[in-house]
Structures are given as structure tokens and as C-alpha cells.
Design a binder for this molecule. Structure first.
Ligand SMILES: Cc1ncc(COP(=O)(O)O)c(C=O)c1O
Length: 377
């Protein structure tokens, strides 16, 4: 079912045309309210009970697990994507003859950790370049027995070009390579299930398509790594940490499942409260429904671009929630100034602009956006 415009749930002024969810989502009013309430809670710490360090985080994991068709026990709460990628790296053996595959211009949080790891063991990092065809074919063609890791997104963050992860997952298994995914630019807007794509580690920052706060991310860890090593040794990941009176009875064992990978101070009462409300709203809408509804806006953007002879993605690579629009001779400076004056918010990436709508955007806004673009061609 298509979702009607939901701008009434957000605090966006009428004269603001925010088409940049890929940069940072605006908070739902309900999310801001949950955050404000949680800020005030710290004024009365006697109301924060020992179990509160665990219950909200546990509910948050349950909600995120639903979003990717997983289970609570596979999810850890972490601060950032780079933290999740470092956690994966700490649990993967790499040697000199191994190759790590990344996409050209991939987001740095899924690049720097691999470069550093490769340097330390003498392994090779290959940045795949797409000249013709699709990213999916580029990845598939690069698979050979030396490839030990594929560290990929579901959509390229610069322009929304979509990879067929199901195909890639099947093929990578044939050569025994690990699949590590950064779903920050898709999770929450593009359906994804670990039942179809059983990656080893999956990470997603909360503050974009998951409509959550900054400095909070979700990490999925497959069962093969549930005995692995966390990035840090904090007290709350150790067995029986719920029993505050016994914390000095130091333990070698960890909590069960992926809980050992949780960050220190995972219980952040403010961000966890906000993230819970955000995911509840996303689950109420439904990811399929969000995706279908955004696709109508994104298709409108693509159609209007093509009418003006501006290049977008080929059909096979289009994503429902974001698209790059390429200006052959570069994005006109005057266009950017005009967009700014008219309160249109997008991102510029080289010769392209990246447009990323959400349920608070309307078809009328997109029409107005293109009437401005038209003036500068
Ligand atoms: C694809 C992608 N991954 C990750 C991030 C954020 O990474 P981190 O949480 O390490 O700051 C971004 C932010 O723009 C992104 O676009």
C-alpha cells in the first residue's frame, strides 16, 4: 500500500525543500520528543533503574532485527560504521596473498579500516572501477580464488546505483569469500533480508534512512562469529553484568550471541530512546511500503531529468529512494545558488547532484525543483 505524504509527522517548515535524506534525516517530531524526555530523565537519576541499562537496548535490537529479518541475538549496538567494520576486521584472518574488494569512491568508513588492515598483513586492496555495465557485473567479474573479502554497500552512496547483493552473495560463497556490508544508504528505505543475503557482518548508521539519532549504528553479526572478539573490553558485555552488586566478580565469559560486540555505554538513554521511536515508526509504515512510495517520487525525478537530457542511472541500477543526476559540463554554479535561495537542499558529488527524497517530500516540490534546474540549462 502506498503511504501518503507524512510531512505532518516532521517539523520541517513549509518553505524548506529538503531532498537530502542521504546526508541526514530530519527527526520525526515523536523522535525529538523522546529525546527531550530522555534528556530530562538525567535530572532525576534515582528514577533510572539497573534494568533500564538493558531493556531499551534490547527492544531496539528486536526492532532492528525485524527490519533485516534477523533475530535480536544477532544484533549489537555500536557508535559508527567504522566501529562495525573494525569489529569485522578483528574477527577475520587475512594473509599476504588475500585480496579485499571495494568499489571505487566507496564511503571512507568502509575503506580506511581495510587499507590499514591490508598494510599490516601485506594483503591487497582492489578498488573496482565500473566503466560500462553495472556494479554487480563489475563485482562478479572480479571474483577469483584470491578474493577473501567483499566489503560493499547495497547502493553506491554517491548516486544510489544499486548492487544485486543476492547474485553477489551466491557467487562469493563459491570462492569462500567473506561478505561485509555497509547498508547505511539503504537500510530503512530498501527492503533487505539476511534470509536472502546471509552476509557475515552488516552495519548501518541510524541517522539517515533509519531516521534515528547521530552516533548510533546497528551491527548484525552472523552466528559463525558469535564466539569472536569484541573491539573493546567493556563491563556490560561480560556475563551477568545485569547483577550490579557482582560487577567486581570479574568474568572471562561474555553475554550471549552478538551482545559481546556492543559498545561501552550502549545504554545511552537519549539516543536509544530516540532510535526506538524511529524504528517503531518505520516498522509501522513497513519497509516495502516506504520503498514503493519513495519510488514514485524518485521515478518522477528520473523522468523529469531525462526530459531535460540529464543523465541518471540505467534502469537495472536504479534505487527507489535516491538518484544522481549528471550534468555533462558540470553542475552550473548559478543553479546551486538559485537552489539555495529557494531553500532546496541536495548534495553535490563531482558533476552530479544527489537527490534523496523521503515521505515528507511532495511531487509539487520536485516539479518546482526542476523548474529551477530548467532555467540554468
Ligand atoms: C555509505 C555510508 N556509510 C557510512 C557513513 C557514516 O559512517 P560513520 O558512521 O563511520 O561516520 C556514511 C555517511 O555519509 C555513508 O554514506
Amino acid at each position: 500500500m502506498l503511504i501518503q505524504n507524512q510531512s505532518f509527522l516532521f517539523d520541517i517548515p513549509n518553505d524548506i525543500n529538503y531532498l537530502n535524506c542521504s546526508y541526514m534525516a530530519p527527526s520525526l517530531k515523536s523522535v525529538s520528543e523522546a529525546g527531550e524526555k530522555a534528556v530530562r530523565l538525567k535530572g532525576t537519576p534515582w528514577e533510572i533503574k539497573a534494568e533500564d541499562f538493558f531493556t531499551s537496548v534490547s527492544a531496539l535490537k528486536e526492532r532492528f532485527a525485524k527490519i533485516i529479518s534477523s533475530k535480536k541475538g544477532h544484533i549489537a549496538i555500536i557508535p559508527s560504521v567504522s566501529y562495525g567494520i573494525e569489529t569485522a576486521i578483528k574477527n577475520i584472518d587475512l594473509k599476504e596473498t588475500d585480496t579485499i574488494l571495494l568499489l571505487k569512491d566507496q564511503f571512507p568508513s568502509n575503506v580506511y579500516p581495510w587499507i590499514e588492515k591490508a598494510k599490516s598483513v601485506g594483503a591487497k586492496v582492489t578498488f573496482l572501477e565500473k566503466n560500462e555495465g553495472t556494479w554487480t557485473d563489475t563485482v562478479l567479474n572480479a571474483l577469483n580464488p584470491s578474493v577473501k573479502v567483499l566489503a560493499l554497500p547495497n547502493v553506491h552512496w554517491t548516486n544510489g546505483a544499486r548492487l544485486n547483493l543476492e547474485k553477489i552473495n551466491k557467487k562469493r560463497k563459491e570462492i569462500g569469500a567473506y561478505l561485509i556490508l555497509d547498508l547505511t544508504q539503504s537500510c530503512g528505505a530498501l527492503p533487505f533480508s539476511v534470509k536472502n543475503i546471509d552476509a557475515d557482518f552488516i552495519v548501518a548508521a541510524a541517522y539517515k534512512w533509519l531516521l534515528g539519532p547521530y552516533s548510533l549504528s546497528y551491527l548484525y553479526v552472523s552466528e559463525d562469529f558469535h564466539n569472536g572478539k569484541p573491539l573493546e573490553n567493556n563491563w556490560i558485555n561480560r556475563k551477568d553484568s545485569q547483577n550490579f552488586s557482582q560487577l567486581l566478580n570479574y568474568k572471562d565469559e561474555y553475554q550471549s550471541g552478538a551482545e559481546r560486540f556492543d559498545m561501552g555505554e550502549k545504554s545511552n538513554f537519549i539516543s536509544v530512546a530516540m532510535a526506538n521511536v524511529a524504528l517503531e515508526q518505520i516498522l509501522n509504515w513497513g519497509i516495502e511500503e516506504i520503498s514503493e512510495s519513495l519510488k514514485i517520487l524518485t521515478n518522477h525525478i528520473i523522468n523529469l531529468s531525462n526530459e531535460l537530457n540529464l543523465k541518471t542511472l540505467i534502469k537495472e541500477e536504479q534505487s527507489p529512494h535516491m538518484t544522481g543526476i549528471t550534468f555533462e559540463n558540470g553542475v552550473p554554479n548559478k543553479l546551486l545558488a538559485d537552489l539555495k535561495v529557494n531553500n532546496f537542499f541536495i548534495s553535490v558529488r563531482g558533476n552530479s547532484i544527489r537527490v534523496a527524497p523521503h515521505l515528507y517530500n511532495s511531487r509539487d516540490q520536485i516539479d518546482e525543483f526542476f523548474s529551477i534546474i530548467k532555467k540554468h540549462l
